[in-house]
Write a protein that binds this ligand. Structure first.
Ligand code: G6P
Length: 612
């Protein structure tokens, strides 16, 4: 939430910051701003997208080799020009960008008001910049020292960058719970919320840890201190991220590109981790903790949003294939409800970004209680990846569309591998079936590619239901969580109200809503409960509902009763979510596009939710 990028070097900073902000826009896009330091601070801020800021800035003074930018997802104060960042201190000496929430801002603000400070915005950020100014002024301190002392008084989450016009050629950054990466180029240095604005210039980065403050000079010198003033020696790391991975590469939207990448990304998740011919699957992250993992009495998965849906499918996978009792928790609930977690539990945190604040807090809590924490993460070097004892990257590559697609199927692939390894190690899967499942999992990318070939048909169905106000998604077993995910995809990008339900539960409420205007998407691929799902479809049709059924190739029975069918290739039941999710992603995409919605940046949402 909120994207930060700052530059100091020999180049003109403005284009670097604007391009960087566009790469970070997935983090928030309700307003944007930039401060350039060139003898004085020039600050420009605008409600709307980075493009609106660019238009606003046209013709103004944008010179300078030092600048910071911000793209906002509002927490305190509505999105407008004044609340946009950077926020400038009362004297005009300091400028600051911030990602996070200062929880005690109201107390600090009252104290500063008594000292004569005035506030123009509704933000907690303006309080922080003035607190730094007050400490700097009253104690006559260097910027970095004033920042350190101010942060000792601030409670909450933050990633910040601060400039001081009286101390140019220097920037100070700090992090606590919100990410901040330091990029080291040739005679140029960067701070950013993630590496995406930096990779064009350098692959050398340092990830700041919570409670660290970095002071960066023009001469390439930097120093990292903790909030208690001790020195940190964080390692320089090399990032392996290609610029093309962050481009649309000919697709109209990132979301469409990411949907179409899935045959490749699913294969990438499996690369080097499975060989059906030789009969093995392995995950390096599990190897080193295998004894403890196999001894676990219980698995608890924790996550938010789409990752939580992947976790729900894992409950079915782990219990079915490995017979390990499994629970799934919303991270935001787990962190505050004093859960019973034992040292014999295995906690699996699922997160695309690796930065979701609630998930991070939930695993910190579980860690304190002595459990083994395993991360399944896409964001390399992210906070969750670093906080866990061990884990596996899903290797889906950067996901930029706010609605998660390829990360979801890569999470499912990784979880399927994990369930197979656990089931095999525990002797729960007969050898023949194990090999059959390995071969089936290896065949999934090809089957996903076949589903993508039916895109025109899915677009046609989208055109038939695009004007609906509500939609219902039904599934059973492994496909119940897919129904939840299908409904989430539709509501987040098309703003059609949609609900996912276990198909049999429809009779306990949602059936009252069904009429000829209600599209009902039914996932009807399960071998085990096929007849029961057919009965559910009959129940919908009896009430004039419009049924869109996801069926297995060659299914004739449902074709006769459903209004539309979308065929997916046959697979083993545990892997059907990997296929059934694809048409639901495409359906949501086309409907949103036909309704004129901004598919990649839906209103009010952000991709990386770094505040609770
Ligand atoms: C936000 C995003 C979702 C994502 C969720 C969890 O709500 O818009 O797409 O599923 O956060 O994010 P994570 O990065 O932890 O998977």
């Amino acid at each position: 939430m909120c994207g930060i990028v700052a530059y100091i070097g020999e180049q003109e900073a403005y284009p670097i910051i604007i391009e960087g902000l566009k790469r970070l826009e997935y983090r928030g896009y309700d307003s944007a701003g930039i401060t350039l330091l060139n003898g004085k601070l020039n600050t420009y801020k605008k409600k709307g997208k980075v493009l609106d800021l660019e238009n606003f800035v046209a013709g103004k003074d944008i010179s300078g080799n030092q600048a910071m930018g911000h793209t906002r997802w509002a927490t305190h104060g509505k999105p407008n020009d004044i609340n946009a960042h950077p926020q400038v201190s009362n004297s005009g000496r300091l400028a600051l960008v911030h990602n996070g929430i200062i929880e005690n801002y109201s107390t600090l603000r009252s104290a500063l008001k008594k000292l004569g400070y005035t506030f123009h915005s509704d933000t907690d950020t303006e309080v922080l910049v003035n607190l730094i100014e007050e400490i700097q002024k009253s104690e006559n301190l260097q910027l970095e020292e004033a920042v350190r002392l101010a942060l000792q008084k601030a409670v909450g989450a933050y990633a910040i960058v601060v400039f001081d016009v009286e101390d140019p050629n220097k920037m100070v950054g700090a992090r606590n719970s919100s990410p901040l990466v330091f990029g080291i180029g040739d005679n140029e240095l960067f701070l950013a919320s993630d590496a995406s604005p930096i990779v064009k210039y350098t692959d050398k980065v340092i990830y700041l840890e919570d409670g660290e403050i970095i002071t960066i000079g023009l001469n390439g010198k930097y120093e990292i201190r903790r909030i208690d003033n001790t020195v940190s020696n964080n390692p320089v790391q090399q990032i392996d991220l290609k610029i093309e991975e962050m481009e649309k590469e000919g697709f109209e939207h990132f979301m469409l590109k990411e949907i179409y990448q899935q045959p490749i990304t699913i294969a990438e998740t499996m690369r080097g981790r499975i060989n059906a011919e030789e009969g093995w699957a392995k995950l390096g992250g599990m190897d080193q903790y295998m004894n403890r993992i196999l001894a676990a009495d219980r698995i608890i998965l924790t996550a938010c949003g789409t990752s939580w849906h992947a976790a729900l499918i894992a409950e079915y996978l782990f219990e079915e294939l490995a017979r390990i009792p499994t629970e799934v928790e919303y991270a935001s609930e787990m962190r505050y409800r004093n859960p019973i977690i034992k040292s014999s539990d295995l906690i699996i945190a699922l997160s695309q970004s690796g930065e979701t604040a609630d998930t991070l807090a939930a695993i910190k809590l579980a860690k304190q209680k002595g459990a083994l924490i395993y991360g399944i993460v896409n964001g390399v070097g992210s906070s969750i990846a670093r906080e866990t004892h061990s884990g596996s990257y899903i290797h889906a590559g950067p996901e930029i569309g706010v609605a998660s697609t390829k990360a979801f199927t890569s999470q499912l692939t990784l979880l399927s591998l994990m369930a197979l390894i656990l089931g095999h190690e525990k002797g729960m899967i007969p050898e023949g079936y194990y090999r059959q499942l390995l071969a089936e999992l290896e065949s999934i990318p090809g089957k996903v590619a076949r589903i993508l070939e039916t895109d025109d048909h899915i677009r046609y169905i989208a055109s038939e239901i695009k004007n609906a106000s509500n939609a219902l998604y039904l599934g059973r077993g492994f496909n119940f969580p897919v129904a939840l995910e299908g409904a989430l995809k539709l509501k987040e990008i098309s703003y059609i109200h949609a609900e996912g339900y276990p198909a049999a539960e429809m009779k306990h409420g949602p059936i009252a809503l069904i009429d000829m205007y209600m599209p009902v998407v039914v996932i009807a691929t399960n071998k085990n409960s096929y007849d029961k799902v057919v009965s559910n479809i009959e129940e919908v049709k009896a009430r004039k509902g419009m049924v869109i059924a996801i069926v297995t190739e060659g299914d004739k029975r449902i074709r006769e009763i459903a209004d539309f069918v979308i065929e997916i290739p046959m697979t083993e039941d545990p892997f059907t979510p990997l296929l059934s999710a694809i048409p639901l992603q495409l359906l949501a995409y086309h409907i949103a596009l036909m309704r004129g919605c901004n598919v990649d940046q839906p209103r009010n949402l952000a991709k990386s939710v770094t505040v609770e």
